[in-house]
Design a protein around this ligand. Structure first.
Ligand SMILES: [Zn+2]
Length: 278
């Protein structure tokens, strides 16, 4: 059955420095010190803001090691606990993906995690059989036009939304990440919080239009875009100088989130897939 159109609002729950690759090789302890309690303290205000609206929250597993209450709090508030990798860094080889899944096995099992969001929305076709072996039902790890629902073996793939300006792409395969070929191919990746940071009103209008057309957009936000970290974005200045494309990730999207929550029907991806499968 085709589920009623709704906004599939997701949060990639990661520390404030996750968009930069400069911290990938630090030890977990060093990253925890850098996080400085942010990922722990941001959750309550975010859950408060979401109130009764249920979203999919993809957790970085390392944060669960540091702050073991996170997944239970998310689940208790009625949201879906999903997986955004154990340590936030590119995962584009079979060996790295398998290793990451092994390290996250215990907490994923405990919270019955069934949804996967690849870091940086960048994955490979080989991820799907691995996800299947690891008890996942779906992934949301590509960019593709809204309404795209793929079956990769037994795994559903529900891509993050793009708006195709030059017609639909023919063959949708991983990787489909935010890069020049995607944009030059005429796809506006409005599901990314980079785009909702730069073109807030346009993204809102596209969501409105897609819903009217019966489609269900998939978009993501990050905790640091809803609850600004201390001394923000100054503490990220060096990374912003090195890569100015990261700047939109530091914009406060709290008002944008409020507008979404007040304007559109919203559900988790898990519920959307459950209804699709009926
Ligand atoms: Zn991420």
């Amino acid at each position: 059955m085709i589920p009623s159109p709704r906004l599939l609002l997701t949060i990639d729950y990661e520390s404030w420095y996750a968009p930069s690759r400069r911290y990938d090789s630090l030890t977990s302890k060093e990253r925890r010190n850098l996080d400085d309690g942010f990922a722990c303290n941001a959750l309550d205000p975010i859950l408060e803001k979401l109130k009764d609206v249920k979203t999919s929250i993809y957790l970085v597993g390392e944060l669960v090691e540091w702050y073991p209450d996170l997944p239970q709090k998310i689940a208790d508030a009625g949201h879906e606990v999903g997986f955004h990798c154990q340590v936030h860094r590119p995962l584009t080889t079979v060996a790295d993906i398998e290793h990451d899944l092994e390290k996250s096995f215990e907490w994923r099992r405990k919270y019955n995690v069934r949804g996967f969001r690849a870091p940086m929305i960048n994955t490979i076709e080989d991820v799907y059989p691995i996800l299947e072996r690891n008890n996942f039902i779906y992934s949301s790890s590509l960019y593709a036009p809204t309404g795209t629902v793929l079956r990769k073996g037994n795994i559903w793939e529900l891509p993050v939304s793009t708006f195709p300006l030059l017609g639909h792409p023919a063959n949708i395969q991983a990787p489909r990440r935010m890069n020049l070929p995607l944009v030059l191919g005429g796809e506006f990746p409005y599901g990314s919080s980079m785009m909702s940071g730069l073109f807030t009103k346009t993204v809102f209008r596209i969501i409105e239009r897609e819903l009217k057309a019966g489609l269900s957009p998939v978009i993501f936000l990050h905790p640091y875009e809803i609850v600004p970290p201390n001394n923000w974005p100054a503490r990220f200045a060096r990374d912003l100088l090195a890569n100015p494309l990261l700047y939109p990730f530091t914009f406060n999207k709290s008002n944008f989130l409020n507008d979404l929550l007040h304007s559109f029907p919203i559900s988790t991806l898990a519920d959307f897939i459950k209804e699709s499968a009926q």
